[in-house]
Design a protein around this ligand. Structure first.
Ligand SMILES: [Zn+2]
Ligand SMILES: [Zn+2]
Length: 505
């Protein structure tokens, strides 16, 4: 062995000598300054330095420390390498057979293997392993999917070369903190899902996309330090991050379903004009959220966006808004006032249902329908004016509004639907406009104090049983013109009947 090394050495020295003497002109091409340029080279057994011209030096066997890492070149004997599809680089993973029974927790992904860059942590490469601390070499670009899933990883030191963190990469680990290199633009789906000890992520200035569930249920997670450029927040990206106090949405273009659901430490959000809609269920259950600012340009407050935001007091809706989705502000029990701008044409069912502190409501002049249960259970509304565009009041629209004393109906109102005012116990009188065509069953059920219902049009009314097809029984104009009689009838005799007015058509 030793003899052959000596012989090799002599041969290589001789070759070098000849090279220097006779191939000097060739060398000036390969080496700018005429000197060799060495890079480290290692394989399973040895490390050495090699120049682009083929010259080598310092060849010796690895000297492994207690973690199986060569103290000279950093080669880790508990890792195995696979040539990637490009034939020009390697992916690496833990050598499960070699490490079996050995308590080794520290891993070192070297820059190169057999002279080629190590560019990838293999998919599932350290999955379920006891890897505790990992340092990636300076060529690693990709952390493969499930690379560290359910492993013991507590600490990972990324090199600046890392670009992609794929799906489930660190999911269900005890990772405590992390620094994202500037090169990372995207975090894959569920990459840090359920990392309950992950407190902080440093860096992130170039992050643009957060995948679905990427930080879901990271209960101690406080945020990504420099992430001010995120455009795309995937579905449930930060759902259940109950320690998250702040998030920069300045560049947001898309917020996925439930992206910030149950982030119950989040206190305020500012949604930029780059967004079209606020995101389905995006902030629902954010029980500390006090203020929501929505910039001009946003067109829709999505379905259930702010449902159960029980601390919400301050909501600013822009003039660009066209629609407020169903359940959007349901159970926002601290919300006292809302101004729905005139640009809004549609407000979905239950949008403000059970907003028990809501007292000051200003509706859009373009609104044609008070949707079903839109204000049901809003016990603090005392007075409301329906804009003239309103044609119908939906099922249970004001049911349980036990504080409602005064409602100014729209001059164009045609339909009052089922249970519309059920349980409006303070309502004593109302004026129904001449345009009204129909009052559905139970519309005024349990309106204990209702004693005056004025019909502005007393002609052509009849009561119908539950089915529209039966012939109605005409109501006399005498009765129709008696507010006290009509109030009593609507609460009793006509309770489960439909009151309809025949029209020319
Ligand atoms: Zn050279
Ligand atoms: Zn070595």
């Amino acid at each position: 062995m030793k003899k052959s090394i000596v012989i090799e050495l002599i041969i290589s020295l001789t070759v070098m000598l000849f090279a220097v003497l006779f191939v000097a002109c060739d060398n000036t091409v390969r080496h700018n300054d005429g000197e060799h340029v060495y890079s480290f080279y290692s394989d399973e057994i040895k490390h050495f330095e090699e120049c682009v011209c083929g010259d080598t030096k310092n060849e010796e066997e690895h000297t492994f420390d207690e973690n199986g890492i060569c103290s000279v070149c950093g080669y880790d004997k508990y890792l195995i390498y696979e040539l990637r599809e490009d034939g020009q680089s390697y992916r690496v993973e833990i050598d499960r057979d070699a490490i079996n029974g050995i308590s080794c927790y520290v891993f070192n992904v070297p820059d190169t293997f057999k002279g080629l860059p190590v560019k990838e942590i293999a998919p599932s490469g350290f999955r379920d392993s006891h890897a505790n601390k990992i340092t990636t070499g300076k060529n690693v670009e990709t952390i493969g999917s499930s690379a560290f899933e359910r492993s013991s990883v507590k600490e990972i030191v990324f090199s600046e070369s890392v670009k992609t963190i794929e799906s489930y990469a660190f999911c269900n680990t005890s990772l405590e903190n992390l620094t994202l290199p500037q090169s990372v633009a995207e975090i894959g789906r569920y990459a840090f899902d359920n990392c309950v000890l992950l407190e902080s992520v440093a860096g992130g200035e170039n992050l643009e996309r957060i995948g679905e569930g990427a930080f879901k249920n990271c209960k101690t997670f406080k945020g990504i330090e420099k992430a001010v450029n995120i455009r795309n927040f995937g579905k449930e990206a930060f759902a259940g991050c109950s320690s998250l106090t702040e998030i920069c949405l300045e560049k947001a273009e898309y917020i996925g379903e439930g992206a910030f659901m149950d982030c119950n430490s989040l206190e305020s959000v500012s949604l930029p004009s780059t967004l079209k809609e606020t995101g389905v269920q995006a902030f629902s259950g954010c029980t500390s959220l006090k203020a929501v600012y929505i910039a001009d340009g946003v067109e829709s407050v999505s379905w259930r966006s702010f449902e159960n935001c029980t601390a919400l007091t301050d909501v600013e809706l822009p003039e660009s808004l066209l629609e407020i989705g169903g359940y959007a502000f349901r159970r926002c029990s601290s919300l006292e006032s809302v101004n729905i701008p005139d640009s809004v044409k549609k407000v979905g069912g239950h949008a403000f249902g059970d907003c028990t502190s809501l007292s000051d409501v200003r509706l859009s002049r373009k609104l044609q329908e008070i949707s079903s249960s839109m204000f049901s259970g809003c016990i603090s509304i005392e007075k409301i004016t329906l804009p003239t565009a309103v044609l119908s009041i939906g099922d249970m629209a004001f049911s349980g509004c036990s504080g409602l004393k005064e409602i100014k109906m729209s001059a164009n109102l045609r339909y009052i639907n089922r249970y519309a005012f059920e349980g409006c116990t303070q309502l004593s009188s109302t004026v129904l406009p001449a345009s009204l065509l129909r009052i559905d069953i139970y519309a005024f059920r349990n309106c204990e104090n209702l004693n005056s219902v004025i019909f502005e049009n007393i002609k052509g009314w009849a009561v119908y049983s539950d089915s529209d097809t039966f012939d109605g029984t005409a109501v006399s104009e005498d009765n129709m013109s008696n507010p006290a009689v009509m109030a009593q009838a609507l609460k009793g005799e006509y309770l489960n009947l439909i009151l309809k007015r025949a029209t020319a058509e």
